[in-house]
Design a protein around this ligand. Structure first.
Ligand code: NAD
Length: 327
């Protein structure tokens, strides 16, 4: 396939690009290179990179030259940032998704929107299905839910070959260190405090990034237009258990754990039922403990990737967020 991968310089997008190149696809990446998008994530890969926003019709038209399908990862993705500064979330998720949908409609292209379990809100027991109501709780998840509804409308109204793929919490190589797992791994490696929100009992349904990438590929190739597919990981774990495992794998000290004021409106538990994508032949392959160990090893072995981040603007962000400096 000749794919346009929007947001392909970010965490999940760049892992997806790697998987698809190995499978023989030709790839163009359209990415605005925000703080989370990095050329380094695509280093040594044979892709055409167009630097621009998905909300810019000119950049989208340029990037789409010669492509026959679009997979859209481009997003602002950090819930804490959506609480502090929601405007970029509205621009990218609403205007950006609209601009891509219009371009796909003009050219009759297949379109996959990458979305999140967070659009369903929190669930105490059981798992969300694709029929569950959308009850997002943060500006991040609310704007992602809005984008999903717009995508569905383009199928319903214009017959666009559009599909939606909702993933659970991803982890793995190339994830920006503001997110729970790389944050804790790098802090543990440096002897910095490990800031745990509230009581640390927020449960997440962890999926290894390559499993999610293969799920998106399955939906792209075999999904039914107009349908939503949940792609959830094989294991659930509360944040505190994740941090404890990271302490074990890095050999850090338990005393680094520091309980900090919980995030406002913090969802308690996410859980996705993935039967529908399983019926297309997808299965998660990586269990959480094995994937987490692999991830810790990757951060240990790829200092050159995270060192410029940890010594750059990220330090100021961290200090604002947690009220203390990184060591
Ligand atoms: N990380 C997770 O756990 C998770 C889980 C489920 C779904 N998702 C979804 O997967 C997608 C990718 O998430 P991620 O964790 O890789 O995020 P990320 O923050 O690592 O990467 C986002 C990428 O999008 C780019 N981008 C942002 N705004 C843009 C714009 N206006 N135009 C073009 N590019 C833009 C950034 O430069 C970056 O490369 C998102 O849509 C997210 O909602 C993430």
């Amino acid at each position: 396939m000749r794919l346009l991968v929007c947001g392909g310089a970010g965490f999940i997008g760049s892992n997806f690009v790697r998987l698809r190149l190995a499978g023989g696809d030709e790839i163009t990446v359209l990415d605005k290179l925000t703080y989370a998008g990095r050329r380094e994530n695509l280093e040594d890969l044979d892709v055409r990179l167009v630097v621009g926003g998905i909300e810019d019709p000119g950049a989208v038209a340029d990037a789409l030259e010669g492509c026959d399908a679009i997979v859209n990862f481009a997003a602002e993705t950090h819930v804490d940032r959506s609480i502090a500064e929601p405007d970029a979330f509205v621009t990218t998720h609403a205007l950006g998704t609209y601009t891509l949908l219009e371009a796909a409609r003009e050219r009759s292209l297949r379109y996959v929107q990458v979305s999140t379990d967070e659009v369903y809100g929190s669930i105490e027991t059981g798992s969300f299905t694709e029929e569950s109501p959308l009850q997002p709780s943060s500006p991040y998840s609310a704007t992602k839910a809005g984008a999903d509804l717009l995508v569905a409308s383009y199928h319903h109204t214009f017959g666009l070959e559009a599909l939606i793929c909702r993933g659970s919490n991803n982890y793995g190589p190339y994830q920006y260190p503001e997110k729970l797992i790389p944050l804790m791994v790098l802090n543990a490696m440096h002897g910095d405090k490990l800031p745990v929100y509230g009581d640390g009992m927020q449960v997440r349904n962890w999926i290894y990034v390559e499993d999610f990438g293969r799920g998106i590929g399955t939906v792209l190739e075999r999904g039914e237009p107009g349908e939503v597919y949940n792609v959830g990981g094989p294991d659930e774990a509360p944040n505190l258990e994740v941090v404890t495992k990271i302490i074990e794998y890095t050999g850090a000290d338990d005393s680094l754990i520091e309980y900090v004021t919980d995030r406002p409106g913090h969802d308690r538990r996410y859980s996705l039922g993935s039967e529908k994508v399983r019926a297309l032949g997808w299965e998660a392959q990586v269990r959480f403990s094995a994937g987490l160990e692999r991830t810790v090893d990757w951060y240990r072995e790829n200092r050159a990737w995270w060192e410029p981040i940890r010594s750059g603007d990220y330090r100021a962000y961290y200090e604002r967020q947690y009220g203390r400096a990184l060591g």
